[in-house]
Design a binder for this molecule. Structure first.
Ligand code: IMP
Length: 195
């Protein structure tokens, strides 16, 4: 398989996935496939939402498709925001709103361990497969760095001295939740042959 549709309307995810997945696999965007469709994340698990998006965009395009759903799980918040990470600060909130809410909720907390988890679902006309990537870390006390997106300025990966937003993109991708999950997908596709 040389070309695969990535079912996202998030340009930050598209940029990262393209940086992680090199040739010979070509990642096609929804725009390139002529699909103007937003899928509401109505499931209560990351895998459920990833499957929902991959199935919907596969049906709309007829192309082999994958989708990513990601959550930040914070131990001191009982695993929140998890699957609800995108809307943590309310409907239509910005990355900055989510980061500001996280800083407020974590103010004064001694236990700051957290993890990013990405579920990737791949769907074609034959089958469905899912892959997961996790990175452990801690929530910083203040924002650090300008790079990345979303919660990156607040997330210090285990064993690192830079947040995801302070790192060079390639360094983030080498250890990140999304990097791990996408490399599993890419490895699988190297030998996958639809019947
Ligand atoms: P979703 O996968 O689009 O539902 O994203 C969930 C939330 O996590 C959104 O607020 C994203 O901005 C955020 N997010 C997803 N991936 C990353 C990442 O790699 N770093 C930081 N935040 C992320």
């Amino acid at each position: 398989m040389s070309s695969i549709l990535f079912g996202t309307n998030n340009p930050d995810k598209l940029r990262e996935i393209r940086a992680i997945v090199g040739p010979p696999l070509q990642v096609m965007s929804l725009r390139e496939a002529g699909i103007d469709l937003d899928v509401e994340e109505t499931e209560d698990t990351l895998v459920g939402n990833a499957l929902l998006k991959a199935r919907t965009y596969h049906q709309a395009s007829g192309l082999p498709c994958f989708a990513d759903d990601t959550g930040l799980e914070v131990d001191a918040l009982g695993g929140a925001p998890g699957v609800y990470s995108a809307r943590y600060a309310g409907p239509d909130c910005s990355y900055q709103d989510n980061v500001a809410k996280m800083l407020r909720e974590m103010a004064g907390k001694a236990v700051r361990t957290a993890r990013f988890r990405t579920a990737i679902a791949f769907v074609d006309s034959e089958a469905e497969y899912t892959f997961e990537g996790v990175v452990e870390g801690t929530i910083t006390e203040e924002v650090r760095g300008e790079g990345g997106f979303g919660y990156d300025p607040l997330f210090l990966p285990e064993g690192q001295h830079q947040t995801f937003a302070e790192m060079a993109p390639a360094d983030k991708h080498a250890i990140s939740h999304r990097g791990k999950a996408v490399r599993k997908l890419a490895d699988f596709l190297q030998t996958y042959r639809p019947a």
